[in-house]
Design a protein. Structure first.
Length: 274
């Protein structure tokens, strides 16, 4: 099983590989069985034993399904079918996205109360571009490109599934970033530690959570970088941004993922017409 796991992980990179490896290692440590003896009940028992959110359990299950499906496709596979059929599911969690949408005033307080120059720019970049935390950590100065022919500055973002997208920076943010750069080389990360290393997602999470505390946000202990991505999508759509544009900016594979933000805080309902 160890060799099969390594072959499968070799197909993935970066944060995705880390996430997959973490799930497989946790499962393997808990269920010490040969691959051919693993049954769906073993997976069920393991998931039930975890002290984590239902969304995390769903993620673990999706990763295990992907691994078993990969093994089945191999020549001479040790199993003929996955122990996890398509209908095998965990409880669907309650939709709580609305609870994770910051208001415009809350985002403003979050950013303005952060006086550290680097951290202030991290918060502003997360909100104004809607990038994922892993994408932010991977940005280097060469990814910011002036486009004088269309009077904009463009940010190249390397996203999930190896897809590249381009985001136009607001002029004020582009100017702030240029001043912050000073003499940094093009290959240097935009946001670094005191030692000059690229910040890891865990560092960004701590920065955002501390900033939420300073701003005294109602759910400060829960606020994460992804909340700023949610806020970006919601606020842009509320102000009339085209759905396709928001999808392209955020790098959503499906328009359905983007469209859910349209229904987070509806301004009216059919009841208004009764």
């Amino acid at each position: 099983m160890k060799e099969l796991v390594e072959e499968w992980l070799a197909l993935h990179h970066g944060y995705t590989r880390q996430s997959y490896e973490n799930t497989i290692n946790q499962f393997g440590s808990a269920v010490k069985l040969p691959l051919a003896r693993i049954k769906s009940q073993h997976v069920r028992n393991w998931l039930d034993s975890l002290d984590c959110a239902d969304t995390t359990k769903q993620k673990h299950l999706a990763i295990l399904k992907a691994f078993f499906n990969y093994v089945v496709t191999l020549d001479g596979a040790p199993i003929k079918s996955s122990p996890l059929p398509r209908q095998f599911k965990v409880a669907v969690p309650k939709e709580t996205l609305v609870e994770r949408i910051l208001t415009v005033e809350e985002v403003k307080a979050l950013i303005e109360n952060e006086k550290d120059r680097r951290n202030h720019l991290i918060l502003k970049t997360l909100y104004q571009t809607g990038v994922r935390v892993s994408e932010l950590c991977g940005l280097s100065w060469k990814d910011i490109t002036p486009r004088p022919e269309i009077k904009t500055v463009q940010l190249t973002v390397y996203g999930k599934r190896g897809k590249t997208r381009y985001i136009t920076l607001k002029p004020e943010l582009a100017i702030e970033l240029e001043k912050f750069r000073e003499s940094a080389l093009g290959t240097a990360p935009i946001f670094t530690s005191e030692k000059g290393n690229a910040l890891a997602p865990a560092h960004i999470h701590r920065i955002v959570k501390r900033a939420a505390g300073k701003a005294q946000l109602p759910q400060a202990e829960k606020v994460s970088p992804h909340w700023l991505r949610h806020a970006h999508a919601t606020h842009a759509l509320e102000r009339g941004a085209p759905l396709r544009l928001v999808q392209a900016t955020l790098g959503h594979a499906s328009l359905d993922t983007t469209s859910k933000y349209l229904h987070i805080r509806p301004s009216e309902s059919s009841g208004d017409y009764l």
